[in-house]
Design a binder for this molecule. Structure first.
Ligand code: GLU
Length: 282
């Protein structure tokens, strides 16, 4: 068993992250497996060395260990570009120049009264640029989902889930991918890659067998399984865990400094107190 904790260094490590990291660590060590750390810093406009340093410091303080060197996504751009070139070679990508506002306008305009559909990445892309033939090198790259499913022979894809809320085998139909996920962005214009593409390539490169992460990413897993299939990569077992919420029931956000592990440490908490706060065994 090989797992990973993959934080983005864009804010303080808070209780929700600590829970995710400790749960993955506990499950892995219990199984005699290996726990890895990966720094997801593709968003260089938001990633900061100070947050990365705080991640290492807090995770060590919590008692977690991992092998060095740690994989950092910012070092992996050639791997992401290779995969994009492969998908482009398969004729599955197109350039998209739409801004968020363009997409909102396009989905709200035609049928009034019909609720716009949302997928794992927000509004489902209406396909405006699909056949536009844009050549702009600075445009985003989208996956033509219908074409991707067709190229694979429209199979029903599967993944197995061990998390409490969705335990079992999950089937992903081409229809669901086309209509409830849509043409997702695989390379953002400002990044040259995307969370979905990078996470899939990195999990494969790190030979991750079990992905343990928050329930908020459950629907994104459908995208990840599709990308694994297109790129010929193995599909790990998934475990989506409950989210740690604040007293009002809202899930903790990156900017939720009040729940930062650094804050609890400053107030004199010990690692066992943190474990208690998120209901994990000491
Ligand atoms: N960097 C992602 C996050 O912090 C990790 C998601 C994942 O584990 O796949 O939400």
């Amino acid at each position: 068993m090989r797992t990973r904790f993959a934080p983005s260094p864009t804010g303080p490590l808070h209780l929700g992250h600590a829970y995710s990291a400790m749960l993955a660590y506990d499950m892995t060590t219990k199984a005699g497996g290996e726990f890895l750390l990966r720094i997801e810093d593709i968003d260089q406009s938001r990633a900061r060395p100070k947050w990365e340093a705080q991640i290492y410091d807090n995770l060590h303080w919590l008692g977690l260990e991992w092998p060095e060197p740690v994989m950092r996504q910012s070092d992996r751009m050639p791997a992401y570009h290779n995969a994009l070139a492969k998908l482009e070679g398969m004729g599955l990508l197109y350039r998209c120049t739409c801004k968020r506002r363009d997409i909102e306008t396009a989905v709200s305009a035609p049928q009034e009264g019909v609720e716009p559909a949302y997928g794992p990445d927000g509004l489902i892309y209406p396909g405006t640029c699909r056949n536009a033939g844009h050549r702009d090198r600075n445009a985003a790259l989208r996956l033509n989902m219908a074409k991707a499913c067709d190229m694979l022979g429209n199979p029903v894809l599967e993944f197995s889930e061990t998390g409490p809320a969705h335990k079992g085998i999950h089937r992903i139909t081409p229809d669901g991918l086309i209509h409830r996920v849509g043409d997702i962005v695989l390379a953002r214009r400002d990044m040259g890659t995307s969370y979905h593409l990078s996470v899939v390539l990195d999990d494969a490169a790190q030979k991750i067998t079990n992905v343990i992460r928050g329930e908020d990413l459950f629907n994104a897993t459908k995208i990840h399984v599709l990308l694994q299939t297109l790129l010929g990569l193995p599909t790990p077992t998934y475990h989506h865990h409950r989210l740690i919420r604040d007293n009002t029931g809202k899930r903790l956000a990156k900017r939720d400094d009040a729940r930062a592990i650094a804050k609890y440490r400053g107030d004199g908490a010990c690692p066992a107190d943190i474990r208690k706060m998120v209901s994990l065994q000491a």
